[in-house]
Design a binder for this molecule. Structure first.
Ligand code: TYD
Length: 395
């Protein structure tokens, strides 16, 4: 065997597939969520890959512009890349609702997006958007070279990475740069944030694995930046192997950190499953204890991540009254697998709620600031990252 299983998160549904009505539960799709590491490349991937059409379709509910943090992030990233490279041609792969794309002139920026609802939005804004998955066939259709290619939280979704990097090779201009941002394996293991693992994240990348993959397509990693975004991501810069870009010190530094932390081999990752299982037990016991004490408990943010947590830990409507979320096409639906109702809550957490699980723990700062009244009246946020803990008013 060329790979080894490192974690089993049990039976899971499609993390972003919210049910419109409970009657849909009879036909809900489930699969076994196991994670493996490939021995040769150190690539960490799901054992069972969910067909992309089941995840990325016209019903896709995640909006990049859904939070202030993400809007600011994409604007700042576009400004930074513009100052640094002043590209005359830009391609975004996985442009969602255009949060990044909107920061570029329509005359220089194109995109590729498999979800029809989003491709329609950016096309109507004037950006040429191909409504396709990223692969060699799509690259041929573009029929053009780009100086900057940007892709956030998209490469980790792509099953065939050799094809995806091959496609980059064919459309990246000779001195162009590909910039990808995806959740970091190193941070996930460090923070025990196992809920980064769900159907859409076919891979959780180490820079070690990315560099091996890039090199096998005649590309190479030239720079790495660590980001707080999405609970800990890496921004990885990639160029043609023979470009004039120098390989920055940041690459060697990150490769060293990953080696020391053991995230490039099954042996190095041997404690991860035990840590995840301990987190599950602690969270389960804590939530049941709160319920026994008579608390009214909700979850904050109907995230894909919380789908993994709730299905893995067995936390459902016995614990949570509902989940609140601002995303219009999640509201009125039911969470995947556990079928917890999702409601709108533009006026903040209701007065009678005493405990709120942070499904969107990656927005802890934004949410805690926004919900200061909840904390001031004695409300408690619970998160499991980096360990199960309570967030209370400190005043
Ligand atoms: P995100 O963490 O990006 O999700 P995923 O795990 O699915 O990748 O999604 C955050 C979700 O939380 C999104 O549905 C919007 C919601 N949200 C709120 O409802 N209110 C808020 O204040 C914030 C910051 C997010």
């Amino acid at each position: 065997m060329n790979s080894e299983i490192i974690l089993d998160l049990g039976r899971q549904p499609i993390a972003n597939k919210f049910l419109t009505s409970l009657s849909e539960s009879d036909s809900e799709y489930f699969y076994r969520l196991k994670v493996l590491i490939e021995r040769n490349t150190g690539l960490v991937s799901l054992k069972t890959l969910v067909p992309p059409e089941k995840m990325f379709n016209d019903d896709y509910v995640y909006h990049s512009s859904g939070s202030q943090t993400m809007r600011k992030h994409f604007k700042a990233t576009a400004e930074k890349l513009n100052i640094e490279y002043a590209p005359q041609s830009v391609l975004e792969i996985g442009s969602n609702d255009g949060a990044f794309l909107k920061n570029w002139n329509t005359s220089i920026a194109d995109s590729v997006e498999p979800c029809g609802n989003f491709a329609q939005i950016t096309n109507s804004l004037g950006y040429r958007t191909l409504n396709s998955f990223w692969n060699q066939t799509t690259a041929k259709e573009l029929d053009k070279k780009y100086e900057l290619i940007y892709s956030a939280n998209c490469f980790c979704h792509i099953h065939d990475l050799h094809d995806a990097f091959g496609a980059i090779k064919s459309v990246l201009s000779s001195n162009g740069v590909l910039v990808i941002e995806d959740p970091s394996l190193n941070k996930m293991v460090e923070r025990n944030s196992y809920d980064q693992i769900y159907d859409e994240h076919a891979h959780i990348f180490s820079v070690y694995a990315l560099d091996k993959l890039a090199r096998s397509s005649g590309l190479r990693v030239i720079r790495v930046e660590e980001l707080d975004i999405h609970g800990g991501s890496n921004r990885v810069y990639i160029s043609h192997a023979d470009s004039s870009h120098k390989v920055s010190f940041s690459v060697g530094r990150m490769l060293h950190i990953e080696k020391v932390n053991g995230v490039t081999s099954a042996a190095g990752l041997s404690n991860f499953e035990e840590n995840v299982s301990r987190s599950k037990k602690t969270l389960y016991d804590k939530m049941h204890e709160f319920k026994k004490q008579g608390h009214k408990i909700i979850s904050y943010g109907a995230t894909s991540k919380s789908t993994t947590v709730f299905n893995y830990c067995g936390l459902g409507t016995d614990i949570f009254d509902y989940i609140i979320d601002v995303t219009p096409n999640k509201i009125g639906k039911y969470s995947p697998g556990m079928h917890i109702p999702v409601t709108n809550c533009s006026s903040g957490i209701p007065e009678d709620v005493t405990i709120a699980f942070l499904g969107a723990w990656n927005f802890e700062k934004e949410i805690v600031a926004k919900e200061s009244k909840f904390l001031e009246r004695g409300g408690i946020f619970i998160t499991h990252v980096p360990e199960v803990r309570e967030i209370k008013c400190t005043k």
